[in-house]
Design a protein around this ligand. Structure first.
Ligand code: IMP
Ligand code: MG
Length: 176
């Protein structure tokens, strides 16, 4: 296994999700909210963020594929699992683990927007700085990070490391 340097600790994640959960709860207090997690990466953010939200939101999931097994985005996004719910006239909040090039989310937002939700916003635990290729408005942002490839807390490299309780940088240069 390649060495992993901790970038964001469990405690830092928990604190940030608390802040995000409170902001989301306040903003949607009197509204009908459907929270949409983007699988697989967002499964851990969804589970922990959900527990910080104190309004009776509904939850749904979509699965998309973007990278395959590489660390480079292909720009090709496929919907592997669509929502179970209709979203017309509902307030929809898409929850992501990380926004890198923004291509995945951009594609997703387009395909959700045509279904005419009452509102459509994004929450992402991580946003990579400066390299978003498509302009995206992320209403609830956790941490801004550099362009390094990160793993843990839902994020994978070749399908592994999702179960790390913190976010780390995989040192792919060094000997294994
Ligand atoms: P984007 O389309 O380039 O914004 O990439 C978004 C998707 O690629 C994310 O939802 C992740 O699944 C994956 N991804 C992007 N950056 C990383 C990373 O640093 N580690 C693991 N997965 C990543
Ligand atoms: Mg993702």
């Amino acid at each position: 296994m390649a060495p992993i340097r901790t970038l964001i600790s469990q405690e830092q994640i928990a604190q940030k999700l608390g802040e995000m959960g409170r902001a989301i709860s306040d903003d949607y207090r009197e509204k009908d909210l459907l929270i949409v997690g983007v699988l697989k990466g967002a499964f851990m953010v969804m589970a922990d963020l959900a527990r910080e939200i104190d309004i009776p939101a509904e939850f749904d999931f979509m699965a998309v594929s973007s990278y395959g097994a590489s660390t480079q985005t292909s720009g090709v996004v496929r919907i592997l699992k669509d929502l179970d719910h209709e979203i017309a006239d509902r307030n929809v909040l898409v929850v992501e683990d990380v926004i890198d090039s923004g291509l995945t989310l951009n594609y997703l937002m387009k395909s959700l927007r045509v279904r005419k939700p009452a509102s459509l916003e994004v929450a992402s635990l991580l946003v990579k700085e400066g390299i978003q290729r498509v302009p995206l408005e992320v209403k609830y942002q956790g941490f801004t990070i550099g362009s390094e490839f990160v793993v843990g807390y839902g994020l994978d490299y070749g399908g592994r490391y999702r179960n790390l309780p913190y976010i780390g940088v995989l040192d792919l240069e060094s000997d294994e």
